[in-house]
Design a protein around this ligand. Structure first.
Ligand SMILES: Cc1ncc(COP(=O)(O)O)c(C=O)c1O
Length: 1004
């Protein structure tokens, strides 16, 4: 029978002189009670199971004291002496002798409940656990020498219970038991010490800081035992790598932290993989036995499901690859033979002429094919083998006798497609790092064996962008075995040799394939050295994840090592740090960088931006690259025109006519005159000058938190800037109308549109009373910097009415909102059924090329024509106009306004669904693909820290979103309008992930 609270109360009062609140805690065999004493201290009273010996408890106490007197940075429970000085009290409960101990309580949250468990946190956990291991290395106690089922050294006992499992589960358990038994001799010889023995996910405490959590403590030493020291990290990995797509990545993080405290031997790391598995096998076996015996016991079932899940994933990791990864994490060569091979290679180099006797090969030229290389253009170009071949030939023309070679450890754009994608612990990732060297020689060129060897694999990897026909030779020299891989061969090469054939050095082994047979690449040989085939018998990775680059570098050494000729590697000119420092030194200080760790973006592709590692970011923040980053049609149009002519507008040219004509077709007929300029700021500068010239007044009405550009006049109507840090305050000629925010603004409710619009009239009246008139009003139709504020329906109609009645000009800034983004309408002003006198456009007009436009009525244009020439060096040049025309054509051809509507409606409804689930989401608003939502508490108070956290976490998960609004708590979504429903689903999926995280729960 369980001990009652009354019993506990008597025990603590009698033996420890403590009173206070008592709460039972879940426990395995012991009974545990949380005591909050009236003196303000917290403890756990542990009443040991009657089977537990005094010696064992004495051992646990000794561990507790040992760890607490040594200065370690992680908290562990301290045993508290009773009034008589004893650390163990003997009591009798219902006639049974029981031992009682009081230990200190450690505050914190249980590891199992933490979300997210980041790489940093895992590293820290590893380090803290490593500290405990280190501290216990020289600790001894006779009771530590014991046997128990949870001791990994004894885990072979599980072999007697395999009958509890069926099919796949049985096969998994048997497999790991077999590996363990095979390794047993090596394992038995590993160093031993007293270990915690059960650093599981319910025995780890994390601090209460939700944003920057740290490891607060490790407790429950009840399973401490003298055993192989490596067991502790194996157990920790088994639990702290659960519930992630890539447990090996999680394991490596733990190990990286652990090895800072404890120096692993190579023999220990050799055993680690199977030990992790054996801990899980023990867990599932224990659970199966209990289920059989007791029908149900919740406490034991807790980790059973995740244990199976991890076992299944762990099984898919090749044991040697795991070992190489562990070695790399602990500072060893990932592959144990790496140094040996390097030494051998340096003494046995051969000329590339041995492999390519028919090539001229006077020199070797390196071709840059890294992600940011401009040589191969965009996806549509580099994925077309004919275009690549043509470009390579052009490149080769400069040096016709050179052999073009490249690629070892190069991060390439070719592999940023779905075929190379997988889900990592931080969102999607791509195997972008090339592991071989490519030799760009013509189709049908013969390839000869650089070394004597035996055919190990010959196989047709008949998939798009795979190797096509591929050959692997095995080479054995003295005490070294390595492999060489030849990919992208002709189909005929498959019948030159067969598996097991011996080839001599210099013997013909294959021919270079053409695109139709070689996996659809420009003809080349992919040559790769491999030290371990990792059980592959048909294919072998030619590319790897950037995060695993160092491991693969060791498994697949640099082909340069075996050739006498030097094949250089392409390297970025500057590191990220150098770029940051250079910017600081030589670029304007007020230039900002996004994110705490800035992104180094080198390629744009549709809705994605891609960094130097080939990590693809779904870009939901970019309304400049409107029809998609580097849209092939727009790029080609610009390139073609740039190759022919670019001048100012003082000559006749058809492009400006074509563009003007196309753009006017998209505007109401009243807006019939264009001035073409180069930026949104310049457009607004001109629009303001027009209004002021025509009205002969300087006074402008503008909306609070509006932004209209960086020129003097534009800045002067941008309260987003002049009222912000470093701003010079509102100029006398600017009159700010309150942000017409119907959700959290000055006025809400059904009449708020009129309330907000009345400020225009009251400002006009105030000016009038001083004898002043107004030049006009400038505003965005959805106020972007204001936080995607959608003004009430009648707002603009009423404002325009007041302004026009006072003789002012109405300017609509469509720099962010225009060109079909709204979905329902091509321009945002059309949502309000108004026609401005001037419309300014920018960002999307040139899809990233500097192109902006001022459109106005004939009346405005005529009135502005005072005889003063409007000259603009670049505005309206043929390249800009060709690009602008192309953008309009793409919007039309690809039906992108409709896409903005369809995807926008879907995305908004999904955001509203999330809003119902996550109270931290305030208003969801916007039109088409110009959406926003607020991060608020239950009283609508903004939570900017959470908004910034969200943006940073989304970046880690591969999605770029931006924050804005006067309180920086609004998430803005304004992607290229090629954004698809799948992209929207991806965005929602990742948002849901982050909304589930601890810091995003509504604060109490
Ligand atoms: C609404 C609005 N107007 C004008 C501008 C200025 O455009 P640009 O940066 O092209 O000069 C911006 C730029 O962010 C803007 O958002």
């Amino acid at each position: 029978m369980a001990t009652t609270i009354l019993h506990v109360s008597k025990i603590i009062s009698a033996h420890f002189n403590i009173g206070g609140s008592i709460k039972p805690l879940p426990g395995d065999e012991d009974e545990n009670f949380k005591i909050e004493s009236t003196q303000g201290n917290t403890y756990i009273l542990k009443i040991a199971d009657s089977k537990v010996s005094f010696e064992h408890l004495d051992f646990l106490n000794a561990v507790s004291i040992h760890l607490n007197i040594h200065n370690i940075s992680v908290k562990t429970p301290l045993v508290i002496p009773a009034q008589n000085g004893a650390l163990i009290i003997e009591i009798e409960l219902e006639g049974i002798k029981r031992y009682v101990r009081l230990i200190s309580w450690i505050d914190g949250r249980i590891w199992a409940t933490i979300n997210p468990k980041t790489k940093n946190l895992r590293e820290q956990l590893g380090q803290k656990a490593g500290e405990i291991t280190k501290q216990l290395l020289n600790f001894e106690h006779p009771a530590a020498l014991r046997t128990c089922d949870w001791d990994l050294a004894a885990s072979a006992w599980t072999c007697n219970h395999v009958y509890l499992f069926d099919s796949e589960e049985k096969e998994i358990v048997l497999n790991f038991q077999k590996q363990f038994t095979q390794n047993k001799k090596k394992y038995d010889a590993l160093p031993k010490s007293v270990i915690h023995g059960d650093v599981n996910d319910y025995n780890i405490l994390v601090s209460e800081n939700l944003k920057h959590p740290t490891i607060a403590g490790i407790f429950d030493f009840g399973d401490a035992v003298y055993s192989q020291t490596i067991n502790d990290v194996a157990i920790l990995i088994a639990y702290a790598s659960m519930d992630v797509p890539d447990p090996l990545e999680a394991a490596i993080a733990i190990l990286k932290g652990y090895q800072l405290e404890y120096t692993f031997s190579e023999a220990e790391l050799h055993c680690l993989y199977v030990l992790v598995a054996m801990r899980l096998v023990t867990t599932v076996t224990k659970a199966a036995i209990r289920q059989k015996n007791e029908s149900e016991n919740k406490y034991h079932g807790i980790s059973e499901e995740p244990a199976w899940d991890l076992l299944k994933k762990w099984r898919t990791i090749h044991p040697e690859f795991a070992e190489y990864s562990f070695r790399n994490a602990c500072g060893f060569d990932a592959h144990p033979q790496e140094t040996h091979f390097t030494t051998w290679a340096s003494k046995n180099q051969v000329s590339l002429r041995t492999m390519f006797p028919s090539e001229l090969l006077n020199s070797i030229t390196v071709v840059d094919m890294s992600v940011g290389s401009t040589l191969f253009g965009n996806l549509s170009e580099y994925s077309d083998p004919e275009v690549s071949e043509f470009k390579l030939k052009q490149f080769n023309k400069q040096n016709p006798t050179a052999l073009l070679a490249n690629g070892y450890l190069e991060t390439r754009p070719f592999y940023t497609t779905d075929a190379f994608k997988s889900e990592g612990n931080n969102g999607p990732r791509y195997r972008t790092v090339h592991l071989g060297t490519d030799f760009w020689v013509s189709a049908q060129s013969p390839v000869h064996a650089p070394f004597e060897g035996v055919v190990k694999i010959i196989h047709h990897n008949d998939y798009d962008k795979d190797y096509g026909p591929m050959l692997i030779l095995e080479h054995t020299f003295d005490d070294i075995i390595f492999y060489t891989l030849y990919g992208h061969l002709t189909l005929t090469s498959l019948s030159i040799l067969k598996t097991g054939d011996r080839v001599k050095q210099g013997e013909l082994i294959a021919y270079i394939g053409a695109p139709n047979e070689n996996g659809n690449w420009a003809p080349h040989l992919h040559f790769q050295i491999i030290l371990d085939l990792l059980g592959n018998n048909a294919n072998f990775n030619g590319v790897a994840l950037p995060s695993e680059k160092e491991i693969w570098r060791s498994i697949c050494p640099d082909p340069n090592l075996v050739f006498t000729e030097e094949i250089l590697q392409t390297k970025p000119k500057y590191t990220d740090e150098e770029i940051i420092n250079f910017r600081r030194e030589h670029l304007g200080k007020s230039l900002s960088l996004s994110y705490d760790t800035p992104l180094h973006i080198v390629r744009g592709e549709g809705v994605y931006l891609i960094d130097t590692d080939g990590k693809k970011y779904l870009d939901t923040a970019n309304n400049v690259n409107h029809v998609g980053h580097q849209h092939p049609k727009v790029v080609a149009t610009g390139q073609r025109q740039m190759a022919v002519l670019t001048t100012n507008t003082r000559y006749l040219h058809e492009e400006i006519i074509a563009y003007t004509d196309a753009l006017l077709k998209k505007l109401p007929k009243e807006l019939s005159v264009l001035h073409i300029v180069n930026s949104g700021s310049e457009a607004n500068e001109l629009a303001l000058r027009m209004a002021r010239t025509i009205t002969k007044s300087n006074h402008m009405l503008a909306i609070e938190v509006g932004y209209h550009g960086n020129t003097n006049a534009a800045m002067n109507v941008s309260s987003y800037k002049f009222n912000h840090t470093g701003g010079s305050g509102k100029p006398d000629t600017t009159h700010i109308l309150p942000l017409p925010d119907p959700y959290r603004g000055k006025h809400t409710g059904p009449n708020c549109g009129t309330d907000y619009a009345n400020y225009a009239q009251s400002n006009i009246d105030r000016l009038k009373s001083k004898g002043d008139t107004i030049a006009g009003f400038i505003g965005e139709s959805i106020i972007s910097c204001g936080g995607q504020i959608v003004p009430p329906a009648n707002y603009f109609k009423d404002v325009y009415k007041s302004v026009r009645a006072a003789g002012g000009i109405c300017i609509s800034d469509e720099v962010q909102t225009g060109f079909g983004r709204m979905g329902k309408t091509f321009w945002a002003f059309e949502l309000y059924d108004v026609i401005p006198d001037i419309v300014t456009m920018g960002k999307p007009a040139g899809n990233g090329h500097p192109l902006a436009v001022v459109a106005c009525t004939r009346e405005v244009a005529d009135a502005f024509d005072t005889g003063l020439e409007f000259f603009n060096t670049f505005g309206g040049n043929p390249v800009a106009c060709a690009i602008g025309r192309s953008v309009l054509e793409v919007i039309e051809d690809e039906n992108l306004q409709q896409n903005a509507l369809d995807v926008g409606v879907f995305l908004k409804s999904e955001l509203k669904r999330l809003q119902k689930l996550h109270l931290i989401i305030g208003s969801v608003r916007g039109e088409g693909l110009f959406l926003g939502f607020e991060i608020n508490d239950a009283n609508k108070s903004p939570l900017p820290e959470q908004a910034v956290y969200l943006a940073n976490r989304m970046k880690e998960l591969g999605i770029l979103i931006s924050t804005d609004g006067p309180d920086n708590n609004v998430i803005k979504i304004k992607p290229p309008i090629v954004f698809s429903k799948e992209n929207a689903q991806e965005l929602i999926f990742r948002l849901e992930t982050v909304f589930g995280e601890d810091f995003m729960h509504l604060p109490h």
